[in-house]
Design a protein around this ligand. Structure first.
Ligand code: HPA
Length: 272
């Protein structure tokens, strides 16, 4: 908590309003940040205990501002397990954003699609997840002040937020999918046998992020809206090689629609 508070103190020095919403901008989805009326930008390197960002396509800065009158803190760039960070490091910013005041977390990310009827470029609302990272960010002594030792995960992804996202999609005339996200460490993509296994386990999507952040957000009592863009189709009997450039491009093409959707969900707060 001391480390969290030190980071919070540094961010508060920017003088931006306390965020109600926290947003994680995933691979290729930085355009979500364009929706924000930015009041302050803090490079991760300036925040105590934020690990240095190690992946080039991620910018590594915290954007503070508002969207449609709601205060927001957005992570432009996130930390991944495959970079060598511990899950504690990967999720440290979530602790910080919670302590800053955020009570809702929106995540986004690129993911492989295993539901055969889906297509590359589809937007997905995550309905549930399977943690296959072989690790958990909550391992270790529990800080009671942050959350319970054995947090409930019966509704990790908030059904009300998901319903509002579906309604927003209808209003916008865009299609959204809904499915289960399997979180893996990567960095390699999966073999056909692994995709077959993941599908058998009940997953519709697979990706290398989201799950640790959501576990910590739920531990801290935050509501979560999880989103993903299907950047490649992962059908074991019809698998094509994936280039990371394609993943980033497809995510980037979907980003404006996803941004507009998230903005609408935020604007509809209090309408229900
Ligand atoms: N597997 C894991 N992570 C991913 C994939 C995938 O196929 N596509 C995008 N992120």
């Amino acid at each position: 908590m001391e480390r969290v508070r030190r980071a919070v103190d540094r961010i508060r020095r920017e003088g931006a309003p306390a965020p109600e919403w926290a947003v994680v901008l995933g691979t290729g989805l930085g355009a979500l940040g364009d929706e924000i009326d930015v009041e302050a930008t803090v490079p991760y390197g300036a925040i105590p205990d934020f690990p240095p960002a190690t992946v080039e396509e991620h910018e590594g800065r915290l954007l503070l501002g508002s969207i449609g009158g709601r205060s927001v803190a957005a992570m432009s760039g996130r930390y991944h397990r495959y970079e060598g960070h511990t899950l504690g490091e990967v999720t440290f910013p979530i602790r910080v954003l919670r302590e800053l005041g955020a009570t809702t977390l929106v995540t986004s990310g690129a993911a492989g699609g295993m539901e055969p009827l889906w297509e590359r470029g589809d937007l997905v609302l995550i309905s549930d997840h399977i943690n296959l990272m072989g690790d958990n960010p909550l391992v270790g002594p529990n800080v009671e002040e942050q959350g319970p030792r054995f947090p409930d995960m019966s509704e990790a992804y908030h059904a009300g937020l998901r319903r509002r996202a579906r309604e927003a999609a209808v209003q916008m005339g865009v299609q959204v999918r809904e499915g289960v996200y399997a979180g893996v460490t990567g960095p390699n993509l999966e073999t056909p046998a692994e995709y077959r296994m993941l599908r058998t386990l009940g997953a519709d999507l697979v990706g290398m992020s989201t799950v640790p952040e959501v576990i910590v957000a739920r531990h801290a009592g935050m509501r979560v809206l999880g989103t993903a863009v299907v950047t490649d189709m992962c059908l074991p009997d019809d698998l094509e090689p994936v280039e990371v450039e394609d993943v980033i491009r497809v995510a980037g093409e979907a980003a404006p629609t996803l941004s507009a959707l998230v903005r609408r969900v935020m604007e509809s707060e209090g309408d229900e």
